[in-house]
Design a protein around this ligand. Structure first.
Ligand SMILES: C[S@@+](CC[C@H](N)C(=O)[O-])C[C@H]1O[C@@H](n2cnc3c(N)ncnc32)[C@H](O)[C@@H]1O
Length: 430
């Protein structure tokens, strides 16, 4: 973040004028709508404040304290390592801004900065820590010094937004992959016709559910995933099966590989979790060679997994309104639009994975609560709130009972619907 002393002349002038009473009044009214407008027009790359004042603005989505609905507002983003400091100055006005009440009622939020969405937990600061972080704000924007005075006797709240441990690192997702999803990984590697000598990239590889079978087929495989904990488990599993792969920490929206560098780029319910679908699709295509294969297994928007995620959504941190759900990747129309004419053949088939390893719906719920990271994260986020935990337990069990296809005395049976995608990258891109 550019401090005031280092800022260019225009940025200094704007920051100074925003700290005068008449301009603070005007900015107080126009800043948010203007920032939102420019952010929309530039696809999140800039805001009016970043252009005019050289400050970084992030979009913060909180849960409305009264409405319970997601509410997105631009905030001055004072990055400090992995954390972000936000100061509820409200231009020195006598009241706290709405997002401050929202964070106090529900500290879990989503922050989008530089087009990257992160789930965060807000911690309100006090004592010397608050003073230290307030000063950091003053170094960037001297108006904060005046706002302190103008706001008095209101004491301006300061929050640290700390990234949540990625949900996928919680519980034991490698176990879920091994015990529930394993057939999908093998199926994907086969659908992509992975054979010896091929150079294969598995995106959102987790513990190597598709990558390890590809390596067993003799391919040279790179497994990439943003969750290192899962890749550690993958390394151990690969060693146990006598194969070697390269493991790289990366998300689907920014793959650290050269253009056209793989014969096959595949993802088994992995890349679908990248919040920016367009960026992820662009990356899968970019790193695949012309004529190469892109294969995916994607949960469908009306299948079991979509309903599963819907159960947890009301109890999870709010998502930015423009963020598309992962299961949208399983819709044929959405997928055709994402790949467009950058592929010259596209085979889409719906199929189901039958899961009959659970004795009962209650057994499935207990297993997911203990092992499936996103489920563990949602329960953890309820921070011991007994009523909400009980309500989620009821909703989860009702869902598991309603979607059980098994008989009364047999094991529970679930059909997980997915879309199998096999595309060939166009030999010449348009
Ligand atoms: C359901 S698991 C699937 C893992 C593995 N492909 C399998 O079949 O077992 C989802 C995976 O998506 C990964 N993931 C989450 N966000 C991602 C992103 N932005 N880009 C790529 N992968 C992501 C998670 O770390 C996790 O490993």
């Amino acid at each position: 973040m550019e401090t005031y002393r280092r800022a260019g002349i225009l940025h200094r002038v704007v920051r100074r004028t925003a700290a005068t009473r008449p301009m603070a009044k005007i900015y107080g009214v126009i800043q948010q709508p203007l920032d939102r407008l420019v952010s929309r027009l530039t696809g999140g790359a800039a805001t009016a404040s970043s252009w005019l004042a050289g400050v970084e603005i992030a979009m913060l989505t909180t849960t409305g304290a009264r409405t319970g609905k997601p509410r997105t507002l631009p905030v001055l983003d004072l990055a400090d390592g992995e954390d972000t400091i936000v100061i509820a100055s409200n231009f020195g006005r006598p009241r706290n801004p709405s997002w401050c009440h929202n964070l106090r009622a529900n500290p879990r939020a989503t922050l989008v900065a530089d087009g990257i969405a992160r789930e965060v937990v807000a911690r309100e600061l006090s004592g010397p820590e608050r003073e230290r972080d307030y000063r950091r704000g003053e170094e960037v924007f001297p108006g904060f010094t005046r706002y302190r005075r103008w706001a008095s006797p209101r004491r301006i709240p300061v929050f640290r937004l700390e990234p949540q441990t990625t949900a996928w690192a919680l519980g034991d997702c490698a176990r879920v992959a091994d015990e529930v999803l394993a057939p999908l990984g093998r199926e994907l590697a086969a659908a992509c016709a992975v054979t010896a000598g091929r150079r294969v990239l598995d995106v959102g590889a987790g513990a190597g559910n598709a990558a390890i079978p590809a390596a067993q087929a003799g391919a040279t495989v790179v497994a990439c995933d943003p969750t290192p904990e899962l890749m550690h488990a993958g390394r151990r599993a690969a060693a146990a099966r006598g194969v070697e792969l390269e493991w790289v920490e990366a998300g689907a929206e920014a793959l650290p590989f050269e253009d056209d560098s793989f014969d096959v780029v595949m993802s088994c319910v992995g890349a679908i979790f990248a919040p920016d679908h367009r960026a992820a699709a662009g990356e899968l295509l970019r790193v695949c060679r012309p004529g190469g294969t892109i294969g995916m297994i994607n949960w469908t928007p009306d299948g079991w997994s979509a309903e599963f995620f819907d159960v947890f959504a009301p109890y999870a941190p709010p998502r930015p309104p423009q963020a598309l759900p992962a299961v949208a990747w399983g819709g044929e129309g959405h997928l055709r639009e994402l790949f467009g004419d950058r592929v010259d053949s596209l085979r889409l088939e719906r199929a189901t994975l039958r899961v009959d390893r659970f004795d009962s719906p209650a057994d499935l719920c207990a297993y997911y609560k203990a092992n499936f990271g996103p489920t563990v994260a949602v329960y953890g986020g309820l921070a011991g709130d007994r009523d909400r935990i009980a309500a989620l337990d009821r909703d989860f069990l009702a869902f598991a009972t309603r979607t059980n296809r098994g008989g009364a005395d047999g094991p529970a049976v679930y059909d997980f619907e997915y879309l199998r995608v096999v595309a060939r990258k166009a030999a010449q891109l348009p």
